[in-house]
Design a protein around this ligand. Structure first.
Ligand SMILES: NC(=O)c1ccc[n+]([C@@H]2O[C@H](COP(=O)([O-])OP(=O)(O)OC[C@H]3O[C@@H](n4cnc5c(N)ncnc54)[C@H](O)[C@@H]3O)[C@@H](O)[C@H]2O)c1
Length: 302
């Protein structure tokens, strides 16, 4: 019997590579659609169509080859996209609509990834939340079987590092703290560091996405978004201290908050939303274990 085929947009990105692995391990065949190929060795063999989600014909053509889809392609950056919102809006909103239109054309079930801080007023949250709302519209008025997974703060081996240590335009907390400690630089914390984050190890997020996809393919209808987080309150300071403790290196300094960040912000998943998927968030990788693996990954490349 032919394998079930899944279109994964953004397949060569950080989360996309783990989602590809997770779906492959379940016997599904992944066809990626991404602007770039991945430099990561474990992804070299994946089947990837080079294309842009802003191009409706590229998306429709790719969607015509599959049985379901996971939409991950996106432009990230909470602070980075405030001064120039247009590129993020084009990919996240227009690209997202192209995916939903093509899925509706073939009536294919799928999963769209959103963010945990969907309620904040920055380009990234606004554009991701906009497509989340469009998913509801397609579900209600176009009968499209689509689920939304809100990913909280994903981290793990393979996440790209921002300048001056790597090529990424977006500063993510774990690669940034670990790279600074590895290079003997001070770890920079914006604000007092008491902002509460929900750190999810990337393979746990990939697992939730795969479960949500199988749920949707199986005819499950979500009552709201699945919140892929641990529900554990972790402050920025907790992460900095854990990184310095595990690495035996690194000092911490405080800088003013950046645009788009609010003091005392709390972004925490409601893990009860995972119950329809049969997932218990208490089984997710503890922060210390995830950080150890992640630090080992960056240390081996330093
Ligand atoms: N990293 C996180 O903590 C996190 C949390 C919640 C949600 N998300 C969402 O997960 C998705 C993947 O994030 P990631 O961390 O893997 O980021 P990433 O930057 O590593 O991956 C994004 C991928 O999308 C591709 N892409 C970007 N614009 C494209 C376009 N116009 N056409 C085709 N491909 C395009 C990129 O080439 C890249 O491979 C994004 O939609 C992001 O908003 C990420």
């Amino acid at each position: 019997m032919a394998k079930h085929r899944v279109l994964v947009t953004g397949a060569t990105g950080f989360i996309g590579r783990y989602v590809t692995q997770e779906l492959n391990s379940r016997g599904l065949r992944v066809i990626g659609l991404d602007r770039h190929r991945s430099a990561e060795a474990f992804h070299q063999e994946a089947e990837v169509i080079l294309g842009d989600v802003r191009d409706p014909s590229a998306v429709t053509e790719a969607m015509g080859q599959v049985d379901s889809w996971v939409h991950l392609a996106g432009v990230l950056g909470t602070q980075e996209t405030i001064t120039n919102p247009v590129p993020a809006a084009e990919t996240n909103v227009i690209g997202g609509l192209n995916v939903l239109q093509a899925a509706a054309q073939y009536h294919l079930p799928g999963v769209n990834i959103s963010v945990g801080n969907w309620f904040e007023d920055n380009t990234y949250s606004l554009t991701k939340h906009c497509i989340e709302r469009f998913c509801s519209m397609y579900r209600q008025y176009r009968s499209l079987p689509v689920s939304v997974v809100r990913g909280f703060n994903a981290y793990g081996p393979g996440q790209s590092v921002a300048a001056p240590y790597g090529p990424s335009k977006v500063r993510k907390i774990v690669p940034s703290f670990v790279s600074r400690a590895l290079n003997g630089d001070v770890i920079e914390i914006y604000g007092d560091g008491k902002q509460v984050m929900d750190m999810i190890y990337v393979s746990d997020l990939a697992f939730v996405i795969a479960e949500a996809l199988e749920f949707t393919i199986g005819g499950g209808r979500p009552s709201g978004a699945f919140e892929a987080g641990t529900g554990r309150r972790t402050t920025v300071l907790d992460i900095a201290h854990k990184v310095t403790e595990l690495m035996g290196a690194g000092k911490v300094m405080h800088l003013p908050l950046r645009p788009g960040e609010s003091p005392g912000a709390t972004v925490l998943a409601d893990t009860s939303t995972l119950e329809p998927l049969g997932i218990d968030a208490r089984s997710f990788v503890p922060l210390e274990d995830g950080l150890r693996k992640t630090i080992d990954y960056y240390a081996a490349r330093a």
